[in-house]
Design a protein around this ligand. Structure first.
Ligand code: TNX
Length: 514
């Protein structure tokens, strides 16, 4: 009888309910296949249960879903790995689904009597949860309970990513950002289904990661920042916290130690690495290309092996980024020999090397990735490295550099690669961007945020949003979904979400923000 009453109650609620305020297709990045069923809207109930396959990683995704939904709904949303109680309903996260969903895909079914996410992996469930979250009313972002009709639009979504590497970079060297800021950036990545966080850990102005075998790198080299702003560094425990928080959101941390240039901070700490063995003064400006570690000294390679060895031990992901950009003072031959030797060190640590595309002329190493940040897609040196086996991450500076200004009046940022409004961030195709590079050489995309002029969390968010979702969509969504006018409509709804969540963003023109 109790069950019957429950059913009647549900039916009454469905009859009285207004339609779900969000449409099934209003998702960023755009899903591959969306099949709405307006008769199947689902009303999340106060007694809903989150039922998850009995698997630790899947249960962790279930707990995160509950943590996302509890503050605004005020519902208890218990997470269980046991069969649903008789009143079914609620949300199921199932490790099942067709093989063609791949390692990150998911299927989401929303029906009047329940919601189900199917995926072959916990990563797929995680991405499905991000979609689910976007389909609830924007008030779901509120940190405190809101009285709302928590409706989800009926139908199904089948979705998987276009590229396996979808990233963003945060430069913590020019300005230092503490662990809470980095975790917050990870949240933004997770929301848009990005799966790599590249941390630019070292540069002329600061060394930001503790290295036990070379302790002065962090204590001395990490002391300053651009413009005499406060420095800082991550302890090993800090870095582990970042890695674990990212991993829980199916994001791989890619640590970068920029070599052989961009090393003034290291030289201040250890003058023995400098070509003239003399400590330079700490650097707080924003010029590039003047510093380098001595590529002809064995001591330099001890340093590189120690630093990368410690970093590899702290980093579960397969990548170590060795920088390689703008070493203007190192002769080409010496530079190539340096990069080749460092590539061997990385290989010896069982990791794949990533470098900015300046490392292209060096010999190929197995699994090597070049991060291309040019502004002109006609780049024969990079194309040649691809013919020798390199794969690419695309970060074209005139589309994907989040430190570029949106418009001439943007209060912070650069313009050396041009102005990048959200349309410019969105309107390019990774598959055809480079001349004489086949589409299958592109592993994915990354949006770097350099921080010479970025000093606070709010400024990070201002530069990220709304451009990060544009790059995320290029990395995730099928080319057939690419459509600026549809994208800006979908994006517009996210402004309300960011506002509800207390996230700063740029209300740029060109997007119909409500
Ligand atoms: C170029 S992009 C750099 C960085 C600067 C950036 C500023 C790259 C690999 N090197 O050192 O921060 O421009 O936009």
């Amino acid at each position: 009888a109790a069950e019957l009453a429950g059913t009647a109650e549900r039916e009454a609620a469905t009859r009285l309910a207004p339609p779900a305020p969000v449409r099934l297709g209003d998702v960023v990045p755009a899903p591959e296949r969306v099949t709405p069923d307006p008769t199947a809207d689902h009303l999340l109930r106060a007694d809903a249960v989150i039922r998850v396959s009995a698997d630790a990683a899947a249960l962790a995704v279930g707990e995160q879903l509950a943590a996302l939904l509890r503050p605004a709904t005020g519902y208890p949303l218990p997470v269980t790995d046991t069969a649903a109680p008789s009143a079914a309903g609620g949300i199921a996260l199932d490790l099942a689904g067709d093989a063609d969903l791949g390692p990150e895909g998911y299927r989401l079914d929303i029906a009047a009597d329940g919601v189900r996410v199917l995926a072959r992996t916990a990563a797929g469930l995680h991405h499905g949860v991000q979609t689910l979250r976007q389909l609830l009313p924007p008030a779901i972002e509120s940190p405190i309970p809101v009285a709302a009709h928590w409706a989800l639009p009926g139908g199904s979504i089948v979705d998987r990513p276009r590229y396996p590497y979808r990233g963003a970079m945060l430069d913590v060297a020019r300005h230092f950002f503490g662990v809470p800021d980095v975790l917050r950036v990870i949240d933004h990545l997770a929301r848009y289904k990005l799966n790599h966080l590249h941390l630019h850990l070292t540069d002329d102005q600061g060394w930001r990661i503790a290295v036990d075998s070379w302790p002065r790198l962090a204590t001395v080299g990490g002391a300053g920042a651009v413009g005499d702003d406060p420095g800082g560094h991550y302890t090993r425990a800090d870095y582990r916290r970042i890695v674990a928080y990212a991993a829980a959101r199916h994001i791989t941390v890619v640590p970068e130690v920029d070599l052989p240039g961009h090393t003034n901070a290291a030289l201040v700490a250890y003058p023995e690495l400098a070509p003239d063995r003399v400590a330079p003064p700490p650097y707080t400006g924003t010029e590039v290309g003047f510093s380098y570690v001595d590529p002809t000294s064995d001591r330099t390679y001890d340093f590189v092996a120690d630093v990368l060895g410690e970093l590899a031990a702290l980093t579960p992901g397969p990548w170590l980024h060795i920088g390689g950009d703008e070493a203007f003072k190192v002769p080409a031959e010496e530079y190539a020999r340096f990069v080749e030797r460092v590539q061997r060190i990385v290989g010896g640590l069982g990791r794949n090397v990533i470098g900015w595309h300046q490392i292209a002329p060096a010999a190929h190493a197995d699994g090597r990735l070049l991060q291309w940040w040019g502004t002109n897609g006609d780049d024969p040196v990079t194309a040649e490295a691809v013919r020798r086996g390199a794969k690419l991450i695309l970060s074209p500076a005139n589309h994907a550099y989040l430190d570029m200004k949106y418009a001439p009046d943007t209060p912070i940022g650069h313009d050396w690669a041009g102005l990048i409004d959200v349309r410019r961030a969105y309107d390019w195709d990774p598959a055809t961007h480079l001349t004489d590079v086949p589409a299958d050489a592109v592993l994915g995309v990354e949006a770097p945020l350099w921080t010479e002029s970025v000093t606070t969390r709010a400024e990070i968010e201002f530069m990220l949003l709304p451009r990060l979702p544009a790059i995320a969509e290029l990395g995730w969504s099928a080319p057939a979904t690419h459509d600026w006018s549809a994208f800006r409509e979908r994006l517009a709804g996210h402004g309300v979400r960011w506002a509800a969540a207390g996230i700063t963003f740029h209300r740029c023109p060109g997007v119909p923000w409500p």
